[in-house]
Design a binder for this molecule. Structure first.
Ligand SMILES: CC1=C(CCC(=O)O)c2cc3nc(cc4[nH]c(cc5[nH]c(cc1n2)c(C)c5CCC(=O)O)c(CCC(=O)O)c4C)C(CCC(=O)O)=C3C
Ligand SMILES: [Fe+2]
Length: 368
């Protein structure tokens, strides 16, 4: 399995606190530049304090990385895998410095974020530039090629379908066929979705596309068609700024009014069961469903399902072939096809940030 021109794979995630004293410094990292007062950060951090300050995200990433390293080795791919976070240790800039010290010239980059938007894609590319810029000169490399968005890669989707089916079966028998599927993702400002992707609206369009695929596969496997909706969680920011709606809790209120008795919440917007899932859904939304008398189950994210781990290998091999000038098969499901390899200039633009980026058509590493 030829992975040239790559001599490294960089795994990038959001990062999260590991203990109580990490919480506010972590939140200061996440909100850097937004001047949020410390007392507000303590308030936002309450969900973390309630869990002893530890987010599940770093351990989930450690487990995924262990599975990924085994998968690559089992397929004869001898490639060092590096891990860097945007907002907590191991920091991306330290990791890139290590890659430089190890002589890595060109690495493929996998991020734990599957969709197009400023927060879920372009901000990662800004952080890649910042990490390279902070630890040497950007042109000096390593060249970092962010792998295409994978929300519609079968390796990401299949485990999610299986999770929804299992959650439906976990409902009381009488409620299963009428259960409604609530596809849940992270809310973002409506303006951020307007600018998402090369033509805008990509964040919502991608979620709707993959939700339809999942609903269709569930119907095919159960012989029952389930109504479904795309709903949102984790809305934050100033109340007067419009964010994508409906919030999952508001939608549960509405469904109760329509007499819906059972739902499966499918966190299709996330790749692992981190705080946005275990708090916003498992704690908050579940309590809302309970209060409303709605039977609710939350299906698992793709997590470290072997098919998702294999998808990272597939995306790596695919992009390596593209960079060698070949035309590899690109595995996708749904109607939108494979996302671009290099983000077009201005893709997922956010008027709040003019920071330079890597892995885009207008990035110095490509435009020289
Ligand atoms: C689209 C998206 C993803 C999914 C893609 C991806 O995975 O990247 C995501 C993931 C995550 N978001 C996370 C945590 C936070 N997100 C925040 C703030 C924000 N997120 C936003 C968007 C997203 N966020 C936005 C538009 C803001 C407003 C601030 C701004 O305009 O920039 C804040 C600040 C407090 C607040 O403002 O609520 C925190 C603490 C964690 C860690 C969880 C853990 O610790 O387990 C993860 C994985
Ligand atoms: Fe977030």
């Amino acid at each position: 399995m030829d992975v040239s021109p790559y001599d490294g794979l960089l795994f990038v995630s959001f990062g999260g606190p590991e203990k109580t004293e990490d919480v506010v410094p972590f939140l200061e990292n996440v909100t850097r530049g937004r001047g949020i007062p410390r007392e507000r950060l303590v308030e936002v951090g309450q969900h973390y304090f309630d869990r002893g300050g530890k987010s599940p995200i770093n351990d989930q990433n450690r487990a995924f990385l262990a599975a990924l390293r085994i998968d690559l080795a089992e397929h004869g791919i001898d490639l060092p895998v590096y891990w860097g976070n945007r907002n907590w240790d191991p920091y991306l800039s330290d990791t890139v410095a290590q890659m430089r010290a190890d002589g890595i010239k060109r690495a493929a980059v996998f991020t734990t974020s599957a969709y197009s938007s400023y927060s879920s894609c372009r901000q990662y590319r800004e952080n890649l530039f910042e990490a390279c810029d902070k630890t040497g000169d950007v042109e000096g490399g390593p060249v970092l090629d962010k792998l295409r968005l994978y929300y519609n890669h079968p390796g990401f989707v299949e485990p999610v379908v299986d999770g929804v089916l299992a959650s439906i079966e976990d409902l009381p028998a009488a409620e299963r066929d009428g259960a409604r599927i609530l596809f849940v993702t992270h809310s973002i400002p409506t303006s951020m979705n307007d600018n998402a992707g090369p033509e805008g609206n990509a964040y919502v369009a991608q979620h709707l596309d993959v939700a339809q695929v999942i609903a269709d596969q569930v119907a095919a496997r159960r012989g029952v068609t389930h109504e479904w909706d795309l709903v949102y969680c984790s809305r934050s920011g100033a109340p007067h700024i419009p964010w994508l709606e409906p919030d999952v809790n508001d939608h549960l209120e509405e469904l109760a009014g329509e007499g819906v008795k059972a739902v499966v919440m499918c966190p299709v917007g996330f790749v692992s069961d981190h705080m946005e899932v275990v708090y916003d859904l498992d704690t908050e939304a579940m309590a809302t469903a309970e209060r409303l008398g709605i039977h609710a189950r939350r299906s698992p994210t793709a997590g470290e399902d072997p098919r998702f781990v294999a998808a990272v290998r597939d995306l790596l091999l695919e992009r390596a072939a593209v960079e060698r000038g070949e035309a590899p098969e690109r595995l996708t499901v749904g109607g939108l096809g494979a996302s671009h390899d290099r983000c077009p200039a201005g893709c997922c633009f956010n008027q709040r940030s003019q920071l330079p980026t890597l892995s885009g058509e207008d990035s110095p590493q490509y435009s020289g």
